[in-house]
Design a protein around this ligand. Structure first.
Ligand SMILES: NC(=O)c1ccc[n+]([C@@H]2O[C@H](COP(=O)([O-])OP(=O)(O)OC[C@H]3O[C@@H](n4cnc5c(N)ncnc54)[C@H](O)[C@@H]3O)[C@@H](O)[C@H]2O)c1
Length: 362
């Protein structure tokens, strides 16, 4: 059989990004050997060091090049030496918007009850996935200042929602709710009571939902959704949410699944080159200290493998991560765990090898 070879673009980025990407790549390498596929990595240098040395953020030509890759693995972008948000907008948002990666997929799954700060909740209660719209809303970049710096200053940031943009996110979420791993319940989270423009979400949700009669439709306003996430997380299965609220509520999701050290996301344009990353940022104060937990990057690799069609490899990685956490071999995912960055990966790799050596059942 001809071995399939994938082209993977890597943007390790800033702060802890390169450290966690290095660990994610160790798991990618082990999975490729076990599952029998090949891959070539092309590293892109974008981030603070590159910008400070060359003045270049991310050229259009790089975006064009990235379209030819099977997937992109991103560490994190952001550096306090550079103007707030400049690198993030050019690189993270640059790839999301440039490649029209309109879905931000963020699974929130708890593997051991000791990892959640929620009293009385366990793995059976915390298993949801967020479909965050990823190319519209307050992030389209339409903003401005009038009389800047004066007492009469006016600042504007426009929330833009299109029928096409909302509908494709909603449709993706309904399809996901039908996946055998899900419970056929889809919740729309918005603030359409106060932000009447978001009525477009209400209407599209009902319209598209009529095509999916087997999916139970639920609704929660963003403020109440935050309360429910803490009080009754078991209530959520698949959640579809506009960009800004999705950005915020998925950090809450990360916190209830064990922290930023384990939360991953996919920036997806179905059928086209997509980008996978930990949801955390560059955590500059922890850079180079060997304390960042790389499991979010490992989970990003797992999502990437699943996306490119290496389901067996993705399953192996997910099971290894799950076992390492569920058995209590890793009990703390924070920067103060005392576990060096590479040791987390070592434990996952031990599980990966043990799993692959186990005889198949059934
Ligand atoms: N997609 C991205 O690249 C992305 C996402 C978010 C923030 N950022 C940028 O990152 C920079 C820092 O932002 P921030 O401090 O708000 O968020 P952050 O996610 O970098 O860090 C917040 C906190 O999360 C925890 N954390 C983060 N990564 C961790 C890891 N691997 N293991 C254990 N704990 C971890 C730490 O306690 C850290 O103080 C900023 O420049 C911001 O704009 C980039």
């Amino acid at each position: 059989m001809v071995k399939k070879t994938y082209d993977i673009a890597v943007i390790a980025g800033d702060g802890v990004g390169p450290e966690v990407v290095r660990e994610g790549r160790r798991v990618l390498e082990a999975a490729s050997v076990l599952a029998g596929f090949g891959y070539r990595v092309t590293e892109f240098p974008f981030g603070a060091e590159h910008y400070l040395a060359t003045g270049e953020l991310m050229p259009e030509s790089a975006l064009a090049e990235m379209r030819d890759f099977d997937a992109i693995l991103l560490g994190a972008i952001g550096d306090p030496r550079v103007e707030t948000g400049l690198l993030e907008r050019a690189i993270v948002a640059g790839v999301r918007f440039g490649l029209d990666l309109y879905i931000n997929l963020r699974p929130v799954k708890l593997y051991h009850r000791d990892l959640t700060p929620l009293k009385g909740k366990g793995p059976a209660d915390i298993d949801m996935v967020f479909v965050r719209e990823n190319t519209e809303d307050l992030y389209v970049g339409i903003h401005g200042f009038f009389k800047k710096g004066t007492a009469d200053e006016v600042a504007l940031q426009e929330m833009v929602m299109t029928r096409k943009g909302v509908e494709r996110a909603v449709r993706y979420a309904f399809e996901l709710a039908l996946h055998p791993s899900r419970r056929r319940r889809l919740t729309l989270v918005d603030k359409a009571n106060a932000l009447r423009g978001q009525d477009i979400w209400t209407r599209v949700f009902e319209h598209v939902g009529a095509e999916y009669p087997s999916v139970e439709r639920q609704h929660a306003y963003i403020d109440a959704a935050c309360m429910w996430m803490v009080k009754n997380p078991e209530w959520f299965d698949v959640v579809v949410v506009p960009n800004m609220f999705g950005d915020i509520i998925t950090d809450l999701g990360a916190a209830i699944q064990g922290g930023m050290g384990v939360a991953a996301s996919g920036n997806i344009h179905p059928g086209a080159t997509s980008m996978f990353e930990p949801i955390h940022g560059s955590a500059p104060k922890y850079a180079g200290k060997n304390v960042a937990c790389p499991l979010a990057a490992v989970a990003a690799v797992q999502m990437m493998l699943d996306y490119i069609g290496e389901e067996r490899a993705a399953d192996l990685v997910e099971r290894s991560l799950a076992t390492a956490l569920a058995t209590g071999k890793i009990r703390d995912l924070s920067t103060s765990s005392g576990i060096p960055t590479q040791r987390y990966t070592d434990i996952v790799l031990e599980e990966l090898r043990a799993d692959s050596e186990r005889p198949a059942t059934g």
